[in-house]
Design a protein around this ligand. Structure first.
Ligand SMILES: *[C@@H]1O[C@H](CO)[C@@H](O)[C@H](O)[C@H]1NC(C)=O
Ligand SMILES: *[C@@H]1O[C@H](CO)[C@@H](O)[C@H](O)[C@H]1NC(C)=O
Ligand SMILES: *[C@@H]1O[C@H](CO)[C@@H](O)[C@H](O)[C@H]1NC(C)=O
Ligand SMILES: *[C@@H]1O[C@H](CO)[C@@H](O)[C@H](O)[C@H]1NC(C)=O
Ligand SMILES: *[C@@H]1O[C@H](CO)[C@@H](O)[C@H](O)[C@H]1NC(C)=O
Length: 454
């Protein structure tokens, strides 16, 4: 505790030290540059400026060939030739000086580069490399600091130690991370799902691993057999309800009739809207699964990924067509991951910020509904789209289902962005969203994009 109170002051001191080192380096940098300029301008042999002075006032000799005139006397010739000789020698001298200047410039540049990289190292020290290890609990140190390899240097890794991967954002939230790593080793983990997920969503993803057991549901029964599991609501005692405002599945199912905002509020009712999703193609924003599959030769769409797939209904419908879909989902006030798994489908608890855990050119289809939208910072969205392109195989399909944005953003931001990625457009539909009034200028667009074959 005392250590923690100490922390801000220590950090401040450290920053101060770093700052003064930076200042010294900057001064050195400025001084060395001034010195170089001084050398260049004062060395007597370097009368480059003198030369330009000369040429600007006597540019006739340089143009002598062009101005040859039949009426020129031999005296004129002599004068002109003399001037030409002078010019030529000046030119030769100045050429030598220029190459000398270039040499000095190159060496100055390399000096500058060295200093800049030195500065960069100092800068990085502030945030990443110099984690104040006293600030980390022992368990957190074990979880995230590098470990020496017992067999020594590994050519495969190019290193003799290994860093456990955690999100770069984690180090910005040291207090929360320490809190997350507070548990009895070998005991039961705290039920801190909401806290942990918030940490993930802010950029501490992946979270460090822990050495504790998650709380286990009491009275767990074997899951419903497949394929009945696809459309069966699991028993309430199959999960831990502590992290959610609902405490049973009936509450989740009835959410669709409640006022207020909940993520995917009608998704838990498998007999409601979920039952008919993607079964019909309305020729507009909503495409049908069978219509999409028919675009490719039968059986060639086999494996894929659904980004932010709610309760997994897209994967369920695809499973019925012998297509294996992995569904990513967050547990935003609902046991989405548990629910997907209970249906006999594979769920993945990763956010849209995460690099997709698939190898390049492997998936036949990527689908995403509602999740990719204008809440994502533009630059991040572009990385996401490139990542989708990366994991799709040539000829693979990206089914973008109802991307939400404002009319002003559609043509200004998103159409050009999607064009940049390099997909081939098979379908593109934009439609206004009227439920909150036309004056809001809210839009959806859906698209079927194909990664080109080369
Ligand atoms: C030009 O160069 C000469 C020597 O070559 C020097 O004496 C003179 O001061 C220089 N003039 C200027 C303007 O630099
Ligand atoms: C040549 O120069 C003389 C005098 O220097 C002049 O009278 C004559 O017109 C000139 N001829 C031409 C072709 O410029
Ligand atoms: C110009 O230079 C050439 C050789 O470089 C020389 O033969 C000639 O006499 C010079 N002319 C004058 C006017 O200095
Ligand atoms: C799925 O695969 C099974 C076993 O190969 C086959 O019997 C069934 O007809 C297939 N279903 C569809 C919709 O293709
Ligand atoms: C976007 O551009 C298209 C084609 O230029 C145009 O038809 C459409 O109305 C525009 N949409 C919006 C929302 O401005």
């Amino acid at each position: 505790m005392g250590c923690e109170e100490d922390y801000p002051r220590k950090q401040h001191q450290q920053q101060y030290t770093n700052r003064s080192s930076k200042l010294k380096i900057l001064l050195l940098l400025i001084f060395s540059n001034l010195f170089t300029i001084y050398i260049l301008t004062t060395t007597p042999s370097l009368n480059f400026f003198n030369f330009s002075h000369y040429t600007s006032h006597h540019n006739l000799p340089l143009n002598w060939d062009i101005h040859t005139n039949t009426n020129t006397t031999s005296d004129d010739y002599l004068l002109l030739q003399k001037q030409l000789n002078t010019t030529q020698s000046l030119l030769a001298a100045s050429e030598a000086h220029i190459s000398q200047l270039q040499q000095q410039l190159i060496s100055t540049n390399s000096l500058l580069e060295t200093l800049l990289s030195e500065l960069g190292r100092f800068h990085n020290d502030d945030s990443i490399s110099s984690i104040d290890e006293r600030m980390l609990t022992d368990e957190l140190k074990l979880a995230i600091l590098p470990h020496k390899l017992p067999l020594g240097y590994s050519p495969r890794m190019g290193s003799d130690s290994v860093h456990p991967p955690v999100g770069a954002g984690c180090l910005r939230f040291k207090d929360e991370l320490n809190q997350y790593m507070k548990y009895n080793v070998g005991g039961e983990c705290p039920v801190d799902d909401v806290f942990a997920q918030r940490l993930m969503l802010k950029g501490c993803e992946p979270l460090p691993r822990r050495r504790c057991h998650p709380k286990s549901p009491v009275g767990y029964v074997e899951p419903t057999p497949f394929p009945a599991s696809l459309w069966t609501t699991p028993p309430d005692n199959s999960i831990i309800w502590d992290p959610y405002s609902c405490k049973n599945y009936r509450c989740l199912v009835e959410r669709e009739n409640q006022k207020g905002y909940f993520d995917c509020k009608d998704c838990f009712n498998l007999q409601g809207r979920e039952k008919t999703r993607w079964l019909f193609d309305n020729g507009g924003l909503d495409y049908g699964i069978d219509e999409i599959l028919r675009i490719k030769p039968a059986g060639t769409i086999r494996i894929g990924f659904d980004i932010g797939g709610g309760t997994g209904t897209f994967a369920a419908r695809m499973r019925e067509r012998n297509v294996t879909i992995i569904t990513s989902s967050m547990n935003l006030d609902g046991p989405f991951n548990s629910f997907i798994a209970s249906r006999g489908l594979i769920s993945m608890h990763i956010s849209v910020s995460q690099r997709l855990p698939f190898f390049e050119n492997t998936l036949d289809i990527v689908h995403s509904m509602h999740v990719l939208s204008n809440w994502i910072p533009d630059a991040m969205l572009e990385f996401t789209l490139y990542d989708i392109y990366r994991v799709l195989r040539p000829g693979g399909l990206f089914w973008l289902d109802r991307f939400f944005c404002l009319g002003s953003q559609l043509n200004a931001t998103y159409v050009p962005m999607f064009n940049r990625i390099g997909f081939k457009k098979l379908r593109w539909n934009a439609g206004m969203k009227f439920d909150r009034g036309a004056e809001k200028n809210e839009w959806y667009f859906s698209a079927l994009l194909e990664k080109p074959m080369i």
